[in-house]
Design a protein around this ligand. Structure first.
Ligand code: ATP
Length: 345
């Protein structure tokens, strides 16, 4: 299996670091999403791995082998970029077989492999077409087929689906995921779309300011964010300034709130942030007072927006559990046991 290891990988442009000391061990055969806000360094990290950028510092290892100084074309990686970079003057088949042509493989082998790959990406029989005769989704598949032509050790994709409309994008997410599962290639996808990352990936790497903030399975990142950035960036989270008194008690707006043993405490007593997902907010007899400012029916759930001491909070309820409250009413909030994460401020 081609696992990928990064050791203190850094890329500086002038004094600023686009990628800042990234050390990661990425297990082979997985589907990994690199996720983060615009400018966080995810594209630069992918380009460093691909060999399209030279690191200022650090090493890259694939399957235990140091490839840092190896040129791109000798890394045997498959790559798909947002622009796709297909060749308009070549047929679909010749586009797909292009990596074999530059390796000097004979025509018969190229045609056979192109047919095989077009079958794999569900475009059988389209080898003779021109690129401009294809839809956006079909072009995406041609780019994917071409990237797979040489049995890549790593499959690297930069925002491969961002140009597609929502429905096609959902569909291609599923196809790409199924294809990767069948082939078992270690796959890295850059995306700024958290829904895409959470639905496709085995592992999500969350980046901010050139650094890895957390790597974990989608549920782990969602349920157990490592810090306030991840809690705020992934899903919607209520983040409340608080004071942690001890392992079993936290204070918010002067009210003491007991913590459950399952709640995760990631900071020492003192100033803290209480993070709780909307689905873990409950109404109680006694708790944290908040005023209902808005009630929104979303069909599969009911969202209640609250003002807690000048901060906006949201709570989410199943339609059957919709609480009987009115806008303007003051309610008491409690949190589901295990739903609270206490983070460093
Ligand atoms: P986006 O989602 O907007 O593409 P990103 O997370 O992929 O963002 P990068 O493209 O990796 O971010 O850029 C990270 C930082 O490095 C940014 O501040 C960017 O301006 C800077 N940067 C990237 N490439 C260069 C370059 N060639 N020269 C100078 N600065 C660069």
């Amino acid at each position: 299996m081609n696992d990928l290891a990064l050791r203190s990988l850094t890329k500086r442009y002038g004094p600023a670091a686009a990628v800042d000391g990234v050390t990661l061990d990425i297990p082979g055969g997985r589907f990994i999403c690199l996720l983060g806000p615009s400018g966080c360094g995810k594209t630069t990290l992918l380009r460093l791995i691909a060999g399209l950028e030279t690191p200022t510092e650090g090493r890259i290892l694939v399957g235990g082998e140091d490839i840092t100084d190896r040129p791109t074309h000798r890394r045997d990686f498959g790559m798909v970029f947002q622009s796709l970079a297909l060749f308009p003057h070549l047929s679909v088949g010749d586009n797909v077989a292009y990596p074999l042509a530059i390796r000097g493989r004979p025509k018969a082998e190229r045609d056979r492999r192109a047919a095989e790959l077009l079958e794999l990406v569900r475009l059988p029989g389209l080898a003779g077409r021109r690129i401009h005769q294809l839809s956006g989704g079909q072009r995406q598949r041609v780019a994917i087929a071409r990237a797979l032509a040489v049995d890549p050790r790593l499959f690297l994709l930069d925002e491969p689906l961002s140009a597609l409309d929502a429905a096609l994008r959902d569909h291609m997410q599923m196809e790409l995921r199924q294809l990767q599962t069948r082939l078992g290639i270690t796959t890295l996808v850059v995306t700024h779309d958290q829904k895409e990352a959470l639905t496709m990936a085995d592992l999500v790497i969350v980046m901010d300011k050139g650094r890895v903030q957390q790597m974990g399975a989608p549920m782990e990142i969602y349920r157990d964010p490592a810090n306030a950035f991840v809690a705020g960036f992934i899903g919607s989270s209520n983040l409340l300034p608080a004071t942690l008194l001890d392992r079993s008690m936290i204070e918010v707006s002067g009210r003491r709130i007991p913590l459950a043993p399952q709640d995760r405490v990631k900071t020492a007593p003192g100033p803290a942030l209480l993070s709780v997902r909307p689905e873990d907010v409950r109404l109680a007899e006694e708790g944290l007072p908040a005023r209902v400012t808005f009630i929104r029916d979303l069909g599969e759930s009911v969202q209640i927006v609250l003002d807690q001491d000048g901060r906006e909070m949201t709570a989410l309820f199943a339609p059957r559990e919709r609480p009987d409250v009115q806008i303007g009413e003051t309610v008491q909030l409690a949190f589901a046991p295990g739903g609270v994460v206490v983070l460093a401020p």
